[in-house]
Design a protein around this ligand. Sequence first.
Ligand SMILES: Cc1cc2nc3c(=O)[nH]c(=O)nc-3n(C[C@H](O)[C@H](O)[C@H](O)COP(=O)(O)OP(=O)(O)OC[C@H]3O[C@@H](n4cnc5c(N)ncnc54)[C@H](O)[C@@H]3O)c2cc1C
Length: 380
Amino acid sequence: MIDFSLTDEQKALQELARDFAQNEIVPVATELDRAGQFPRDLLKKAHKLGLLNLTIEDAYGGGGLGWLDSCIVGEEFAAACAGFTTAANANELALTPLHLAASEDQKKKFIPPIAKDGGFAAFCVTEPSAGSDVVGMRTRALKSGNEYILNGTKHFITNGDVADLLTVFALTDPEKKHRGMSLFAVPADLPGITRRHMGEKMGHRASDTAEIVFEDVHVPAANLIGKEGDSFRVAMETFDRTRIGIGALGVGVARASLEAAVKFMKERQQFGQPIANFQGPQFMLADMAIKIETARTYVYYAAWQVDRKMPYSYATAIAKAYGSDVAMQVATDAVQLLGGYGYYAEYKVEKYMRDAKLLQIYEGTNQIQRVVIARALLKD
Ligand SMILES: Cc1cc2nc3c(=O)[nH]c(=O)nc-3n(C[C@H](O)[C@H](O)[C@H](O)COP(=O)(O)OP(=O)(O)OC[C@H]3O[C@@H](n4cnc5c(N)ncnc54)[C@H](O)[C@@H]3O)c2cc1C
């Protein structure tokens, strides 16, 4: 039996997230974007309502929910402000590797201060010379007695400047390449860590993005997560899950773009009538709706596969690439439908267009998603 309906719990969660998004995020979204301001208080409020860290086990303060639930909330948040949503989702991205690979004691120690007490965490993989090519990283963790000495630079790290906890990927044995990569839970206040806000971004300006430099940082060996040399797998398994969230953000941004276009087309008069009367713009609207409906359905389908622990890497890559491509196309069309007004901040669609762009880039560019999809197709 196929059942496309949400459960009563999911409908309630959607309503809670929608209320919060429309009543709390929307009124401040333009200002957060303009000022490039991290929405600390608003995130704390979302945390109090149980709208953050949804997929993290409830035993450690998370929501104990599934990825479909997380996608439902992500769409609502992103329809209000994608930058807020990126900041909100960064915790889940950073905690998922702990959820996957940490011991019981490590989970008890590192997850509750974030998931239960409302702290912030950041996921640290990307480096100046290692983006898509994660294994090209230069950050090293050298074992010394009962510590590891961490040296290197991470950049483009969401919440990097505000995080209490960093989940850091580093090479413990560079010769072994991806089999020499290890994961550490690193308190952000350890001596030797410097953080720098990375300047003006095109979009998602409410989220913090930082460079983090590690200079002879002494990390207790007890903070090694999982086995030494086993963390490339953990990083990939993390992305396999979290990237559906980006597809859901795409659906949210695209939905907000469509709603803005519909409203404008009904109001804007040209040639003595609303532009909604013209078939050309109507067809554009219909195509936007087709893309959004199919993207949402596929995002839900991919999340459903993850929640059922089916093989899902292929589906989540499609959901991420398609959801974010749809966001870019629909937001661009919305700007076009608003004409010159679409080019101005007051009408919001230019923000949606700027925000949509990042969705095609982070958590694996859409070219890399296509590499994943093609590999699955060509596998013997
Ligand atoms: C605002 C923001 C927030 C971010 N947050 C985080 C975070 O929290 N944590 C974190 O670790 N990282 C984060 N990132 C990093 C992000 O995941 C990387 O930017 C992304 O993976 C791409 O890496 P890159 O920028 O180095 O581009 P590159 O890898 O240098 O790619 C440049 C271009 O080459 C293409 N390309 C590269 N290799 C291939 C290939 N094999 N086949 C086809 N095309 C290829 C890419 O698709 C892209 O078009 C963030 C980035 C941004 C901008």
